[in-house]
Structure formats: C-alpha cells, structure tokens
Ligand binder design. Structure first.
Ligand SMILES: Cc1ncc(COP(=O)(O)O)c(C=O)c1O
Length: 404
C-alpha cells in the first residue's frame, strides 16, 4: 500500500494570504462602495521594460525559425546569461564568482525550497523569526524538523533566531551551532539589511563551525546605502561557506515571466564533497531549465538600456517606499525598512495584535496590509506594507492612514 510523506501533515495551513483574501472579500461585499487599496501583496505592478519585451519578441522569432530554433537549454543555463551575471552582478562588485558557478533557474522560490535536498536530513536548521515561510516549510516537508508547537508557534528542532527592534531586525549568531543557516537580506518581511561587518562575522563563524549559509538576496537591487553588501561573496571566506539565491522577479518585474539563479562556488565543500557537484546532479536530474526566450530577456536586463529601465522601475517603487515611511512617521508610527528594501515594517499602535490592526486598517482606511504575525511569533504586534503599488494609490492610502 502506498504511503504518504507524513512530514506534510506537520505543515500548518497557509492561513495568511487566504485569511487576508477572505476578510477583504467579506468587507467588500458588505461595503461595495469602499475603494480598497492593497499594500499587502509582494508582487510588482510595473510592466516589463522595453529592452525585455524587445528581447522576448526577438527570441520568439528565433524559436519559430528552423536555423535559430533552440531545444533543451544547457543544464546550468545559457552561457550568454551566466557570463553577463558573473561580470555585472559579481565581478563588478569585486566578488570572484565565475560563470560556471551560476545555475540559472525559474526563480528563487524553487531554489530556496529545493536546495535543502542536497543536505542530510540530520542537519540542524536555523531561521530568522519573522521569516519568509519557504525556508521552514521546505525543511518540514523533508523531515528535518519536529512537530509544530501551537503554544510557541514554532516547529521543534528548528533554531529560531529572533529579529526585533533591539537587534535592528538582524539576527545574532545563536548559542547552539546550526548546520544550515538561512539569511535573507534585504529582508522580507522586515525590510532590514545587514551591514558588511556583521555579515562577515556570520561568514567567519560558519567557516569556523562548518555550517553552510543559504543567503537569499532576492531584493539586492533595492539597496541604496553604500555600506550594505549586495552579495555575501563581498565577505572574505564566503566562497567556502555560502550559497546565494537571486531572482529577476523584483529586480526586473519577472514575477510572471520567471527567472532566477543560484550561486554555488566550486570551493564550497561539506564532508569533503563539493556542493556544486551535488546541485549540478540534482539540477540535471530534476530540472530542464528556464526557457530560452526568458533567458534572453534576462540577458537584456544587463544591457545599458535595460539597466537604466529597471533602475527607473526600482526608483519608482522606492519613491513609494519613501512616501509610506515618511507618512507613517509623521502620523506617529514606529517604522523601519523601506530604505534598502520595498517593505515597510511598522509597530502596531497601542500594542494591538497584528490582526487587530489589519481589521482597523481595513475598516477605517480601506487599506490592506500583511499582519506581521503571519511570518512568525516575533512578527506579532508588527505589520508589513509594500511599496509595489501605484503612486497615486500609495499616496491616497497614506493620507487615509493619517486620518485614522
Ligand atoms: C525573500 C524571498 N525570496 C524569494 C522569493 C521568490 O522569488 P521568485 O519569484 O524568484 O521565485 C521571494 C518572493 O516573494 C522572496 O520574498
């Protein structure tokens, strides 16, 4: 008789976005005239840039022509894309990452979720609290955690690293030694960043203890301050202890097009085995690559014109972030994030729970955000707003919040 993977039964329902959707639907039905502004969802709203759509059209034409048609892509992805990534994202920033150390994929979510497969089930995992849920759930599915404890809101056998106002929402190195450490900077949901000297301490500690850092840099393009690293490979020794994930989703509006990549330096060894070899094997066995036309679109993002266009988009979103950040500060809220990230993290007023504030914002301002408690117990009494909306609606939302 077939058996299921019972680890899936430990997973908690993904209540967050379904509960938000349900509450908003119910409110709209009762108040059909209410003009609801959504600043909750982490999806972009600006269309693809001209360089990207031109590259897509050109690649589609190639695919329809016998001389230029492409079938399966090379296992690691096309060299034209890996080369330009290695140059522009890494070598230009002084990071020694070769094109052959880059694995092209259809996005960072899959890679962040799948990477744990190349590690033994007995590894101890450390995550931030609050956290992007993929890191935890993918390890639950693999059987790397104990049961969920409803009392604490946490899975047993996971090392949770609290991120709070006291530590600037960047975790401290835990007392227990983890084997795998998930770090995400700029952070979703808090919008916090880690300075280079602090990240260097994580790298040094990982090299000393033999841990591997799984570094999610999906929002790297939003960094505006000088002393904030764009890549973990800006730190000395990171080639020996870190894997990095990148995404074109928020950088260039590819959430619907799908493109990302993972960097595994060839020096990175665990138990004397190269992780590059294991991931290459996994990639080759279970994945057939991102489409040629999408990889050509990704290449176009790095052209001079493409870079200018995506910069304009990011500046637009970060203009929204500034409006939200300054507006909330003027209204007396305690806020952080929003300077190097498209997320604004605010403390709920009067010690309201995250969900109480959600209801208040929905009913009094007709604005939808995301309750911080949905990202982990340490997110309770916090709330996330995103800068991915339209400028006029963002301004209107902040005016309404000010009048609450
Ligand atoms: C921290 C983080 N990592 C990864 C992703 C997923 O990116 P992709 O669209 O490339 O799968 C997201 C998307 O919201 C994210 O917030």
């Amino acid at each position: 008789m077939a058996k299921i993977n019972r680890n899936y039964l430990k997973l908690q329902g993904s209540y967050l976005f379904s509960t938000i959707g349900k509450k908003v639907r119910e409110y709209s039905e009762k108040n059909p005239r209410a003009e609801i502004i959504r600043l909750g969802i982490g999806d972009v709203t600006k269309p693809l840039s001209e360089s990207v759509t031109d590259a897509l059209h050109k690649a589609v034409t190639e695919m329809g022509n016998e001389e230029t048609f492409k079938g399966y892509a090379p296992d690691l992805g096309y060299e034209f894309l890996r080369k330009v990534i290695s140059e522009k994202d890494f070598k230009e920033r002084g990071c020694d990452i070769d094109a052959d150390e880059i694995f092209i994929s259809d996005g960072a979510k899959c890679d962040c979720g799948n990477i744990q497969e190349i590690f033994g089930v007995e590894n101890r995992v450390a995550v931030c609290d609050p956290v992007y849920p993929v890191y935890v759930d993918s390890n639950v599915m693999a059987g790397r955690t104990g049961e969920y404890d409803a009392g604490t809101g946490r899975f047993k056998d996971v090392i949770y690293m609290p991120c709070s106002a006291e530590n600037g929402f960047t975790p401290e190195i835990p007392d227990e030694t983890p084997d795998l450490i998930y770090l995400c900077f700029p952070n979703n949901p808090t919008g916090a960043v880690i300075k280079k000297d602090k990240l260097q301490k994580w790298v040094d500690n990982a090299n000393e203890k033999g841990s591997v850092i799984l570094y999610d840099a999906a929002y790297e393009a939003y960094i505006s301050e000088e002393d904030v690293p764009h890549s973990i490979y800006e730190c000395e020794g990171a080639r020996n202890c870190a894997i990095e994930f990148r995404s074109f989703s928020k950088t260039a509006g590819f959430t619907g097009l799908r493109l990302g990549f993972t960097v595994i330096p060839k020096d990175l060894k665990v138990e004397n085995e190269c992780l590059w070899d294991l991931w290459a094997r996994r990639h080759g066995t279970k994945y057939n690559g991102a489409p040629y036309i999408v990889q050509r679109a990704g290449e176009a993002v790095y052209s001079e014109k493409g870079r200018k266009e995506v910069r304009t988009q990011i500046e637009y979103y970060m203009g929204n972030a500034k409006i939200i950040l300054n507006g909330l500060k003027e209204a007396g809220y305690t806020v952080s994030g929003g300077v190097n990230a498209p997320y604004i993290w605010l403390k709920t007023p009067g010690n309201m729970t995250s969900w109480e504030f959600f209801d208040e914002l929905l009913t009094k301002a007709n604005v939808v955000g995301t309750p911080g408690s949905g990202f982990g117990p340490n997110g309770e009494h916090y709330f996330r707003l995103t800068a991915f909306g339209n400028r006029e609606k963002t301004k209107e939302a902040i005016n309404r919040i000010k009048m609450m």
